[in-house]
Design a protein around this ligand. Structure first.
Ligand SMILES: NC(=O)c1ccc[n+]([C@@H]2O[C@H](COP(=O)([O-])OP(=O)(O)OC[C@H]3O[C@@H](n4cnc5c(N)ncnc54)[C@H](OP(=O)(O)O)[C@@H]3O)[C@@H](O)[C@H]2O)c1
Length: 329
C-alpha cells in the first residue's frame, strides 16, 4: 500500500514525498510535476510558446490527437532538438488516443508519433472511457447520430482498448500507458484487467471539483493522478462550456494576497500539495512563467483546509454540450 501523507493523500508507490518537481510513476519512469497543456493552443502559436516554455524550464508537454496541433508541436520539437535547445530524453511527452480510434490503437499511436516526429512517447492515455464511431485514423471526429447524440460504439470494450495500449509498450513505442477521465469504478476495472497497470489517470481537478475519493483510490493503487483543467479552465471554459471557474473566487483571491502570489499559483500549488501533477495551459508568455513558479512557497494546513471547503463537485469541462449526451451519467 502507498504511504499516506499528513494531508491524507498518498504518494504513488515507491515515491519520495517532498512535493518535488518530479513524480515517480509505478513503472519507475519519472514525470515532471508541472507540465504545459496544449488544448486550444493555436497551431501558429505553438512554436514560440514551446520554445519559451522550454527556456523557462518546462519539460512536460500534454498533447492529444484531438487538439489538432500535433504536427506543429512535432515541428517545434524537431527544431528544439536540432538546435540543441533541449534533448529528447530531457522532456516528457504525453499524447492521447481519441474515442473514434479505440479499435485502431496501434495505428492511431503511430499516426501521433509521425505527426510529433518522435520515436517513442513518454505517456499515451486513453482520452475518454468511451469508444465512438471510427472516422479514419487520427481524424478524431465526434460523429453525432440523427438525433444529435454522440455515436457511441457498443462493440469495443475498454479492456480490448487496453490490450492495444499494452501492445504499444511491448513494441517500444510508448514508455508508460494511462487512462483519462476514468471514474473510480472504471479505474478499478482497468486495474483488474490490466497486465500493465495504468501509470496515470488524468482527470479534471480544481478547487470547485476536488474528487478526493477518486484521487485517494488512484494513489492507493499506485496510479499517479494528473489534474487536467487545473485552473478550472478559466476564461476558456466559460467561453466554450459556459462554466464558472474558480479564478474569481474571493477565498482564493484572499489567499493570493496572503501569500503574495497569484490566484493561479495558489491553485496550482494546492494541487501539487495533493500530490497531483498539473498541466495548466496558457498562450501568454508571462503566464507561462507564472504557472511554473510554484515551488518556492507552501500552503499552510489551515489554507489547504480552507480550499477543501470550497468544493462544489462542479465539472467545468462539459462535453455533453457538444455530444448531446452526458457520458458521465
Ligand atoms: N484529458 C482530458 O480530457 C483533458 C481535458 C481538458 C484539458 N486537458 C489538458 O489539461 C490542460 C489544461 O486544461 P485547460 O486548458 O482546459 O484549462 P486550464 O489550464 O485550467 O485553463 C486554461 C485557461 O486558463 C487561462 N490561464 C492560464 N494561466 C493563467 C493564469 N496564470 N492566470 C489567469 N488565467 C490563466 C488560459 O488563458 P490564456 O491561454 O489566455 O492564458 C485559459 O483560458 C489542457 O491544455 C490539456 O492539455 C485534458
Amino acid at each position: 500500500m502507498a504511504p499516506t501523507l499528513s494531508n491524507g493523500f498518498s504518494m504513488p508507490v515507491a515515491l519520495n514525498c517532498d512535493f518535488s518537481k518530479e513524480i515517480t510513476l509505478n513503472n519507475g519512469f519519472t514525470m515532471p510535476t508541472v507540465g504545459l497543456g496544449l488544448f486550444r493552443m493555436e497551431g501558429k502559436d505553438v512554436k514560440d510558446l514551446l520554445f519559451h516554455a522550454i527556456k523557462i524550464g518546462y519539460r512536460h508537454f500534454d498533447c492529444a490527437a484531438k487538439y489538432k496541433n500535433e504536427v506543429e508541436v512535432g515541428e517545434a520539437l524537431a527544431e528544439a532538438f536540432s538546435t540543441g535547445l533541449v534533448k529528447r530524453e530531457e522532456i516528457f511527452i504525453t499524447t492521447k488516443l481519441w474515442n473514434s480510434d479505440h479499435g485502431h490503437v496501434i495505428e492511431a499511436c503511430k499516426d501521433s508519433l509521425k505527426k510529433l516526429q518522435l520515436e517513442y512517447l513518454d505517456l499515451y492515455l486513453v482520452h475518454f472511457p468511451v469508444a465512438t464511431k471510427h472516422t479514419g485514423v487520427g481524424v478524431c471526429a465526434s460523429v453525432l447520430d440523427e438525433n444529435g447524440v454522440l455515436d457511441i460504439d457498443t462493440t469495443i470494450t475498454l479492456e480490448a482498448t487496453w490490450r492495444g495500449m499494452e501492445d504499444l509498450v511491448s513494441m517500444g513505442l510508448v514508455r508508460s500507458i494511462g487512462i483519462s477521465n476514468y471514474s473510480l469504478l472504471q479505474t478499478r476495472e482497468c486495474l483488474a484487467y490490466s497486465k500493465i497497470r495504468p501509470a496515470v489517470n488524468q482527470i479534471e481537478l480544481h478547487p470547485y471539483f476536488q474528487r478526493e475519493s477518486l484521487i485517494k483510490f488512484c494513489q492507493k493503487h499506485g496510479v499517479c493522478v494528473t489534474a487536467h483543467t487545473p485552473l478550472g479552465g478559466a476564461t476558456a471554459n466559460t467561453i466554450m462550456f459556459g462554466s464558472v471557474s474558480c479564478m474569481d473566487d474571493p477565498i482564493l483571491k484572499g489567499l493570493a494576497k496572503k501569500y503574495r502570489k497569484t490566484v493561479a499559483q495558489i491553485v496550482l500549488r494546492w494541487s501539487i500539495q495533493r500530490n497531483t501533477v498539473v498541466i495548466p495551459k496558457t498562450s501568454k508568455p508571462e503566464r507561462l512563467e507564472e504557472n511554473f513558479r510554484v515551488f518556492d512557497f507552501e500552503l499552510e494546513k489551515e489554507d489547504m483546509d480552507l480550499i477543501k471547503s470550497m468544493d462544489r463537485n462542479y465539472r467545468t469541462n462539459q462535453p455533453a454540450k457538444y455530444w448531446g449526451v452526458d457520458i458521465y451519467a
